[in-house]
Design a protein around this ligand. Structure first.
Ligand code: FAD
Length: 455
């Protein structure tokens, strides 16, 4: 019997979250995956990159150990050991996830799936029929015309993640989240790093103040970057890869990492043939992730929402709950927490100043400098917590830069998503000495009663 309530194509964040919630709600579920359960996030994205970043953090701590009175000497990176640590983390989580899927009685089907009718997916000659079909085939790393990925000298994040050596020099094409995270890793590992970004600033989707602070911190770390200049060509030679920019400037490095975004995996798997509405390969859905064909849903990187694992989880859960008749609230994408896990981290939720103004809000801003925060001084990190608020109204956006500020998003997202005002947050006591005090101080300042703030 290959008939299910739910047939899900793709076992990444979006697909498996939908499967787990669907099974929890009593549905019979088939989850089809051609590669490894867990998808990009677990095997080629979030988890392995954060393991590399942590190894980089330890390398930097060792280099700077004497500043904290610790005698230690940094020798070099042992990439085989780094990869063993990273792969160990991935493998443990992978096993845990496999066990979880099994324990929920989800029918896990290995193989390449193809949508062959409005309610059927074919895998290895077998047909799986679903009352509902959820498409969750994810995304792939894009490149630019004329820029051929060879996996060795010109690579994407997929190969970069598995390098068994530290290149002497790297050009990172793209100063978005993935580009900045790899730039941070490789700098920590000892490589000479140059980022090329066509937009006017690094992490251009973030508030302008966050980009400025990240750029300052990267400069201090010796990470070079050129912004507002477009890539023209790349040529491989005996001394590495030479990248020419549109203004004629050239850069040469051992390795070129192409981090220019990710595109949806949606061609040659039956989507066009079934008449699904698409735009540049993305499946177009409504606010409940319904495609134009009743009974077919799409989630995760395959649809044009924020390409984040936790967005995939939320969309997968939303679909399962909608099918079960729970009528869940649509996702407010402004309220999704976002982190660039470089050193320093950049974290945000809600609207940037520019976006808040564009939407017609009468905006007030407060920025609390981490220089006034005890824990930030202990960690020797610089940065800030910036609030964007409606005048006499709720907080519209929170933007943070500094080591470990990603951890502060838990509170920031509650403040934003519960539409809290400065007066709601200012009386809340934050433990001393923690970075979270900076969140409290920023709200005290916004409420007109700054405590540890000069001027
Ligand atoms: C380097 C990097 C770092 C990242 N870091 C973070 C981070 O720190 N935090 C964060 O939130 N997000 C991060 N992301 C993004 C995150 O990984 C994605 O948003 C998330 O994985 C999307 O989930 P998904 O289910 O839509 O797609 P995917 O995870 O890509 O899963 C899709 C799955 O579908 C399978 N599939 C595709 N076609 C078929 C088919 N025809 N038949 C069967 N199976 C098929 C694929 O094998 C894949 O396993 C990162 C991404 C990258 C590349």
């Amino acid at each position: 019997m290959n008939d299910f309530d739910l047939v899900i194509l793709g076992g990444g964040s979006g697909g498996y979250a939908c499967a787990l919630r669907g099974a929890q709600l009593g549905m019979s579920v088939a989850l089809i995956e051609q590669d490894k359960l867990g998808g990009t996030c677990l095997h080629r994205g979030c988890i392995p990159t954060k393991a590399l970043l942590h190894a980089g953090e330890i390398a930097d701590s060792t280099r700077h150990a004497s500043e904290f009175g610790v005698k230690a000497e940094f020798h070099s990176m042992d990439m085989l050991a780094v990869n063993a640590y990273k792969d160990g983390v991935v493998s443990k989580l992978h096993k845990g996830l496999q066990g979880l899927v099994k324990s929920r009685n989800i029918n896990y089907i290995e193989g390449h799936g193809r949508l062959v009718s409005k309610n059927q997916v074919e895998v290895n000659g077998s047909i799986y029929t679903g009352k509902n079909v959820v498409l969750a085939t994810g995304s792939y790393p894009k490149t630019l015309p004329g820029l051929e990925i060879d996996g060795k000298q010109i690579v994407t994040s997929e190969e970069a993640m598995a390098f068994d050596y530290v290149p002497k020099s790297v050009i990172v094409l793209g100063g978005g989240v993935i580009g900045c995270e790899f730039a941070s890793v490789w700098n920590s590992f000892g490589a000479d790093v140059t980022i090329i970004e066509g937009l006017p600033r690094l992490v251009a989707l973030e508030d302008e103040s966050s980009s400025k602070q990240l750029e300052r911190a990267f400069r201090k770390r010796g990470i070079k970057f050129e912004v507002g200049i477009k890539f023209a060509s790349a040529i491989k030679g005996s001394d590495g890869v030479t990248v020419t920019l549109e203004n004629g400037a050239t850069h040469t490095a051992d390795v070129l990492l192409v981090a220019v975004g990710r595109g949806p995996v949606s061609s040659n798997i039956g989507y066009e043939e079934q008449g699904l509405t698409m735009d540049r390969g993305y499946l177009i859905v409504d606010n409940k992730c319904r495609t134009n064909i009743p009974g077919i849903w799409a989630v995760g990187d395959l649809i044009p929402t924020l390409q984040l694992a936790h967005v995939g989880f939320a969309e997968g859960i939303l679909v399962a709950e909608e099918i079960a008749g729970l009528n869940p609230r649509p996702i407010n994408y402004d309220g999704v927490p976002r982190v660039t896990y470089s050193e320093p981290e950049v974290a945000s939720v809600g609207l940037t100043t520019a976006l808040a103004k564009e939407r017609g809000y009468d905006v007030v801003e407060v920025s609390y400098d981490l220089a006034g925060n005890g824990k930030a001084n202990i960690l020797k990190t610089a940065g800030s917590v910036k609030l964007v608020a409606q005048k006499n109204g709720p907080v519209l956006g929170i933007h943070m830069v500094g080591s470990r500020v990603g951890e502060l998003l838990a509170e920031a997202q509650l403040i934003y998503n519960w539409e809290a005002t400065a007066d709601d947050v200012a009386p809340l006591i934050h433990a001393h000495p923690t970075l979270s005090e900076a969140m409290g101080e920023a709200h005290l300042a916004l409420a007109g009663k700054p405590l540890h703030a000069h001027g």
